[in-house]
Ligand binder design. Structure first.
Ligand SMILES: Cc1ncc(COP(=O)(O)O)c(C=O)c1O
Length: 379
């Protein structure tokens, strides 16, 4: 078999099952909201649709948390770090096993990413290991940024305890955690990017039960204005427009049915691979919570070989977080703790095709190709 680079399909093999096919609300579903924009002639600046969206997103949370929307999930992290008082010039402790946006966001807030390894079971930061990493850090740690791995929500009460115990701001990057997020004892940021399950196209939000923190964040996203037109702090414009809110509201309308479809597809994939215990799904994925990515554990170090074999069978895969965030050239100079688990996950996990209308035949094709690849792929 030809040597294949991951994520690339040989020219001779057409992609028969793509990795993702995002599906946002149709124009018919968005139209009632567009009519409201036309009537109100409010297009931006925390207009009625953004207000409604924030209320509906907050209504999904069981505690008294509120929500502030932003232009995207990356800027939501940056502004949350700033609003929480993360000290510029300090280190932002984060997992190496994350998407580059986490690190870009920390740098946008004036902090330097400090990459720490993740727990091999959860694929996320372990609070006890974080305390040890703070003690061993090469410089002052000014904030902690746990990441919800592919939408799996970490134990937020535990992170509240870490925030209280260390006195450090803890912001959870929950970019893909829209479905699993039930409360916000620490601030959680969520992405509404087109690739996510509930989407605005581009958009994001921050959930928190700290009203003063959210008021500060809203000002930072709006020129430093706090109720008047006086720029009180250095800030930016990261507000969500009414048009993005219209798409997100239509996406929320469709959510109960969409969620059921995502779950059904996930269950089919799980069933298709049920007799292959060497393929591990994230706990609860497709049952207690869903996200827009299906990332499975393969036998250690074999993911690149399996990806190549799947590509040859026309099944696209993706290593969503590459070799780990720490290996991206932009962060080459950032400090890091030893990262053996991240290095292993990067070569042992694989993103499989998964989207809302992945049909039954394609699910079968993916499962059969993966079983085949397990038998034949090397390395
Ligand atoms: C872990 C993580 N953090 C942050 C982001 C950034 O979100 P956005 O694309 O809305 O800026 C993403 C995007 O997928 C992500 O996966």
């Amino acid at each position: 078999m030809a040597v294949l680079k991951r994520n690339h399909i040989p020219a001779s093999e057409p992609v028969r099952v793509p990795i993702a096919r995002p599906r946002l609300p149709t124009r018919e579903m968005i139209a009632p909201y567009l009519d409201r924009i036309d009537d109100a002639r409010r297009y931006a600046n925390h207009g009625p649709l953004v207000v409604e969206l924030e209320q509906r997103l907050a209504g999904r949370l069981v505690d008294a948390a509120e929500v502030v929307t932003c232009a995207n999930g990356t800027v939501a992290i940056t502004l949350a770090l700033r609003a929480a008082g993360a000290k510029p010039g300090s280190l932002c402790l984060m997992p190496a096993w994350t998407f580059c946006a986490s690190a870009h966001a920390a740098m946008g807030a004036g902090l330097t990413p400090y990459f720490v390894d993740v727990d091999p079971e959860t694929w996320m930061l372990d609070p006890a290991a974080v305390l040890a990493a703070i003690a061993a850090a090469p410089a002052e740690v000014g904030a902690i940024l746990p990441v919800a791995a592919f939408g799996r929500t970490p134990d937020l009460a535990c992170w509240r305890d870490v925030a209280d115990g260390t006195g450090l701001p803890v912001i959870v990057d929950g970019a893909a955690a829209f479905d699993g997020l039930e409360c916000a004892p620490v601030p959680v940021t969520v992405s509404l990017h087109a690739t996510k399950t509930c989407a605005a196209g581009e958009g994001g939000y921050v959930a928190s039960s700290d009203a003063a923190f959210l008021a500060s964040l809203r000002g930072l996203a709006s020129f430093g204005f706090h109720g008047d037109r006086s720029a009180r702090t250095p800030a930016c414009n990261a507000k969500m427009s009414e048009y993005a809110a219209a798409v997100a509201l239509a996406s929320l309308d469709a959510w109960p049915a969409d969620r059921a479809r995502f779950a059904l597809t996930a269950q089919r994939l799980r069933a298709g691979l049920a007799l292959r215990p060497e393929i591990g799904f994230q706990p609860g994925w497709g049952a207690r919570w869903i996200s827009s990515a299906c990332v499975v554990q393969t036998p250690a170090w074999r993911a690149p070989g399996i990806a190549g074999a799947l590509a040859a069978l026309g099944v696209e895969t993706r290593d969503w977080w590459g070799e780990g965030c720490h290996r991206q050239p932009a962060f080459a100079d950032c400090p890091r703790a030893p990262l053996p688990v991240t290095d292993r996950l990067a070569r042992s996990t694989l993103g499989l095709p998964y989207f809302i209308d992945l049909d039954e035949a394609d699910v079968r094709r993916v499962a059969a190709a993966l079983v085949d690849a397990l038998e034949t792929a090397h390395g």
